[in-house]
Write a protein that binds this ligand. Structure first.
Ligand code: GDP
Ligand code: ZN
Length: 461
């Protein structure tokens, strides 16, 4: 395929000392040569591929020196886009990198659309669609862990598995085709049903396995849903604030003033948490507050992790006991807060109720115990819920939707076998499974979907 030469700033705006202008396309090197003046006057067109060169960027019209640069030259096909790629490394900050980009555009490059570099990598066969989407996830990855999932996917784990399953299906389809074309053998039908049953069961099991990991993938992307509960005034909002180190939740002295559910996203030692501060799970007369309580109950049901806060400078009350009851069987960390004040709570009772949970004491006012709490959260996460490792994570919602449809299609195949449906009818569902899986890796995908996907990318990727 042939495309024009595109250019964009491929480093995050305003971040880091070095900014890169990236060019890709047939004329990438030629265009760079028009504005680059290398030490020793060597032309970039003459240098070996995958080498870096020191020099200056000079405005060809005015002769003005714009920027001191390092330029890397990478010739097709061993590049990200499989086209000639030039990267101009500027270190003068955002103003000069923009000037370099402008120059590149005036001498013949076109400004890249968002995601266009990745789109080319896909169109040139360098990566498949699920890998391209992984790049997009990578750009958006909120934590290190989410980053690893994206990377794993980029290496094509999901694509490999999907390709393998499609191959299996294809073999069965081929077999069935042969049998349909040669129907004169009596035992063919039965044999095919048997073979189909085996293969379809295998494929169904595999799809189920993959889908099981999708929940974990979602956790990594969206964060472990974490709910902070406790009686009014025990320090829930303070805890949220300490963890977030911002001041979005309102902290007050009036009991029950956290009227609504507040969400914050934090990264605690590599564990992504979506923190929710609740108005307290309790009965109340106040209408506005009850709204908060209702929502709190709903939120509690969906939580992955509960942070239960009690006030150690106060009596342990029935309300506290009810909270322990409400979270029974869930993943809970118990926090006794306000250790800086004279202690009143019956610690023995708290400890006995919390015997199955990690138990942490804090003074949020004096910033004590937060480290221990973070440690407890990390341990809980890494030991229990989500195991990182060799799993094929699926975290992309489009992939999940397609996998679910494919699973349904293969269930239909199994149903067809069970009810003795003629093979050529069953074959329709089998082919549908194959098509749906193909959409994940981009084999049967439509152009409009492609554009939609790639337009979501950041500029310069
Ligand atoms: P919430 O109603 O559970 O959200 O409680 P808040 O976070 O709004 O805190 C209620 C009050 O307790 C505020 O005045 C906080 O400053 C105070 N507070 C929170 N944590 C501590 C602590 O560890 N020690 C002391 N002395 N006061 C605290
Ligand atoms: Zn609060």
């Amino acid at each position: 395929m042939e495309f024009d030469t595109i250019a964009a700033i491929s480093t995050p705006m305003g971040e880091g000392a070095i900014a890169i202008v990236r060019l890709s396309g047939e004329e990438a090197i030629e265009i760079a040569d028009q504005i680059f003046s290398g030490a020793g006057k060597k032309k970039l067109a003459e240098v070996p591929s995958h080498t870096i060169h020191y020099g200056t960027i000079v405005d060809p019209k005015s002769g003005e020196l714009v920027e001191e640069v390092m330029v890397s030259v990478m010739k097709a096909p061993k590049t990200f886009t499989r086209e000639d790629v030039v990267e101009i490394n500027c270190h003068g900050g955002i103003v000069s990198v923009n000037r370099v980009l402008e120059l590149v555009l005036t001498v013949g490059a076109r400004l890249a659309e968002p995601g266009e570099f990745t789109k080319r990598a896909f169109l040139n066969g360098r990566i498949d669609l699920s890998q391209a989407e992984a790049v997009m996830d990578l750009i958006r990855a909120k934590t290190d862990r989410a980053m690893n999932v994206a990377l794993g996917q980029m290496e094509g784990r999901l694509s490999q598995l999907i390709s393998k399953l499609r191959q299996e299906i294809l073999e069965v389809v081929a077999h069935v085709e042969v049998n349909i074309d040669y129907p004169e053998y009596d035992d063919v039908e039965e044999m095919t049903h048997q073979l189909l049953l085996e293969k379809a069961t295998y494929i169904r099991d595999k799809l189920q396995d993959v889908l099981q990991t999708s929940h974990q993938g979602k956790i990594l992307r969206e964060g472990l849903s974490t709910v902070i509960i406790g009686r009014p005034n025990v320090g829930k909002s303070s805890l949220l604030n300490s963890l977030v180190q911002e001041n979005k939740a309102i902290v007050t002295d009036i009991p029950g003033t956290t009227r609504d559910v507040i969400e914050e996203y934090v990264n605690i030692r590599g564990v992504p948490l979506r923190l929710v501060d609740t108005a307290g799970i309790r009965e109340t007369e106040d209408i506005v507050e009850r709204m908060g309580v209702e929502r709190s109950r709903q939120v509690l049901k969906k939580a992955d992790l509960i942070l239960l806060v009690v006030n150690s400078a106060d009596d342990f009350t029935d309300e506290d006991r009810q909270l322990f009851k409400a979270v029974e069987g869930m993943d809970v960390i118990v926090i006794a807060n306000k250790t800086d004040l004279p202690q009143k709570i019956d610690l023995d009772e708290v400890r006995s109720l919390a015997k199955d949970y990690p138990f942490v004491t804090t003074s949020l006012l004096e910033d004590e115990g937060i480290e221990t709490l973070e440690q407890a959260i990390a341990e809980m996460f890494f030991q229990g819920h989500v195991e990182a490792g060799d799993m094929t994570y699926v975290s992309n919602s489009r992939h999940i939707a397609l996998l679910k449809q494919a699973l349904q299609a293969i269930e239909d195949v199994l149903m067809g076998i069970d009810t003795g449906t003629p093979i050529d009818i069953i074959q329709i569902d089998l082919t549908r499974t194959w098509d749906l899986l193909g959409e994940i890796i981009g084999d049967t995908v439509e152009e409009s979907l492609l554009n939609q996907l790639f337009s979501q990318f950041c500029l310069g990727k």
